[in-house]
Design a protein around this ligand. Structure first.
Ligand code: NAD
Length: 259
């Protein structure tokens, strides 16, 4: 993907899992990166890995649900690295998993704030940096926002992921006039650290119903996917090789969502 060389990307959730894998691949393709995540050693670790491989990256540790922080992250990226060509709005949490009647409204808000408001803020603050010359934005949704609803206790997560897809489609239409493309990707189960941000409750057992296939298994590989497989799709969507693709939801799940 030669057109990525020396271009600039901002990636949220870059300290772990899918965001980290995308950061490493995009750096290998020659992009300069602004790596965004919560304050954590893993964010600096991703930066170190990229620099050791000869790439260029800065880090910004913020909570993506905070409006001022997100705006400042974009300004810092543009000031240090130049015009932003690609945004990967990827950071997200599973949050508290509970039956609806046991789910606190604070826990609902937290999941929606990180996954949905965080995505809105990233797109909003990307626009001034992309308006003049266009760009590409990819939002990490999930098969749980579109075709799969067997993640018990994940009503807040599923609602946030479904809303991300609707938001991506509205944004694609609105921003087409600026040649800004917006797409949502829907991974199936991917081997990452998302379990650390998952808080199951004992009440979950009350709503579990038998499902047809072992959780996390996928017809194509009989196992969860790897973050590097998702990164390949992200790099394609970042590049001009995908310049006629906007407003879509792309599944990357080894057919898990068709079971
Ligand atoms: P991960 O936990 O390995 O990585 C997520 C990163 O986001 C972490 O580094 C975390 O610190 C960061 N993050 C969380 N809250 C944040 C906040 N408020 N501000 C800034 N950064 C924050 O998990 P992952 O699986 O790589 O998740 C990436 C995206 O993929 C998420 O949106 C998730 O919903 C989505 N997804 C994951 C799977 C899966 O099976 N792993 C499947 C479908 C969709």
């Amino acid at each position: 993907l030669p057109d990525l060389k020396d271009k600039v990307a901002l990636i949220t959730g870059a300290g772990s899992g899918i965001g980290r894998a995308a950061a490493i691949l995009l750096a290998q393709q020659g992009m300069n990166l602004c790596l965004v995540d919560l304050k954590d050693d893993r964010l600096e670790q991703t930066k170190k890995e990229i620099e050791l491989a000869g790439g260029k990256a800065i880090t910004v540790d913020i909570d993506i649900s905070d409006p001022n922080s997100v705006e400042q992250a974009f300004e810092q990226a543009a000031k240090t690295l130049g015009r932003i060509n690609f945004v990967f709005a990827n950071a997200g949490i599973n949050g508290v998993l509970a039956p609806i009647e046991n789910l606190n409204s604070e826990d609902w808000d937290r999941t929606l704030n990180v996954n949905l408001k965080g995505t809105f803020l990233c797109v909003k603050h990307a626009i001034p940096h992309m308006k003049e010359k266009g760009g590409s934005i990819v939002i990490t949704s999930s098969i749980n926002g579109s075709r799969t609803f067997s993640g018990f206790g994940m009503t807040a997560y599923s609602a946030s992921k479904a809303a991300q897809i609707a938001f991506a489609k509205m944004a694609a239409l609105e921003l087409a006039q600026y040649k800004i493309r917006v797409n949502a990707i829907c991974p199936g189960s991917i081997k990452t650290n998302i379990g650390e941000n998952t808080q199951p409750t004992p009440e979950l057992d009350k709503i579990k119903i038998p499902i047809k296939y072992p959780e996390g298994s996928q017809p194509l590989e009989h196992a969860p996917g790897q973050p590097e497989q998702v990164a390949n799709l992200v790099a394609f969507l970042a590049s001009d090789a995908s310049n006629h693709i906007t407003g879509t939801e792309l599944f990357i799940d080894g057919a898990e969502s068709l079971l």
